[in-house]
Ligand binder design. Structure first.
Ligand code: NAP
Length: 267
């Protein structure tokens, strides 16, 4: 299967490199279309397939076309490639907020898969949600899921609205985690630890807590009970979080992200 990634930025490069590292495809079948000549030159040095500057030279050859440009760039991209695409091709879009219907209408194609990855895809620890138009066959869907899974894990969602919800949870989620980590690092520094010590104390605590959570079959609440003994330090922190409605604020933050994802999808 010949794969064309349009947009050789952060995500496009991550996808191309993940596919190749996993050996799910090879360099001969990988193509990247990048409009910036400088970036194209840098990409060519990475030896991750053939890099093109013109859509005319590569689109028709592809079985799978991946859209990894910024959402606002598709207004220019779609009209320019419309005469070059054909109905048998499968299209995978990772552009935030761009609906399947927008793509099928703009290009006159039918087989479209929409995925929402997140940044840890860069190290093979990403989380993606994806959905597809009815015309994508089961075999095509499995092939694309195998490609997506080279960047981490994924779930298939039936309804496209769930992609907006996944954007608010796993798409933006790494930033929420870093926000909480940053607050903990500041607290550690205030308590007298050096920057390096604070970062290690916090990052290893996050990693250990998540790994333990994934290893055993307890809920977050059950794990909290295991750490928080009555009258102890953890209980004091949790009471402070409760008094300051931190839990409610985190949920409200995710809801705000969902509202924005829906607004962007309408723009
Ligand atoms: N980064 C994330 O964490 C993340 C997570 C989930 C989804 N996404 C989605 O992934 C997409 C890409 O994000 P990114 O962070 O990888 O963006 P990026 O680093 O800006 O990469 C996009 C690349 O596409 C190029 N490009 C623009 N128009 C083009 C065209 N017509 N033909 C060929 N290349 C073109 C851009 O070139 P110029 O720089 O010259 O414009 C740029 O090199 C976005 O739609 C975003 O919503 C990103």
């Amino acid at each position: 299967m010949k794969i064309l990634v349009i947009g050789g930025g952060n995500m496009g490069l991550t996808y191309a490199q993940s596919f190749l590292h996993s050996r799910i495809t090879n360099k001969e079948d990988m193509m990247i279309l990048e409009k910036s000549p400088k970036k194209a030159e840098t990409l060519a040095l990475k030896d991750i397939g053939t890099v093109y500057g013109n859509a005319e030279d590569c689109i028709a050859k592809a079985d799978l076309v991946i859209f990894a440009v910024k959402p606002q760039d598709c207004d220019v991209l779609f009209p320019s490639i419309k005469p070059l695409v054909h109905e048998q091709q499968v299209f995978l879009s990772i552009m935030a907020g761009v609906k399947i219907e927008t793509i099928t209408e703009a290009l006159g194609v039918k087989k479209v898969i929409r995925a929402m990855p997140n940044l840890p895809a860069q190290i093979g620890m990403g989380m993606s949600a994806f959905t597809s138009s009815d015309e994508v066959t089961r075999i095509e869907l499995v092939m694309v899921q195998n490609l997506i899974n080279t960047t981490g894990k994924s779930i298939y969602v039936e309804k496209e609205e769930a992609i907006d919800a996944a954007t608010a949870i796993s798409g933006s989620g790494p930033a929420y985690v870093w926000y909480f980590m940053n607050a903990m690092i500041l607290a550690a520094k205030e308590m007298g630890f050096s920057s390096a010590e604070s970062e290690l104390l916090v990052s290893q605590t996050f990693k250990g807590a998540v790994d333990l959570y994934n290893k055993e079959d307890f809920t977050c609440e059950e794990w909290i009970q295991k750490v928080a003994s009555r009258g102890g330090t953890t209980e004091a922190a949790l009471k402070s979080y409760l008094d300051n409605s931190v839990h409610k604020d985190i949920v409200a933050g995710a809801q705000a992200a969902l509202k924005r994802a829906i607004e962007l999808g309408k723009a």
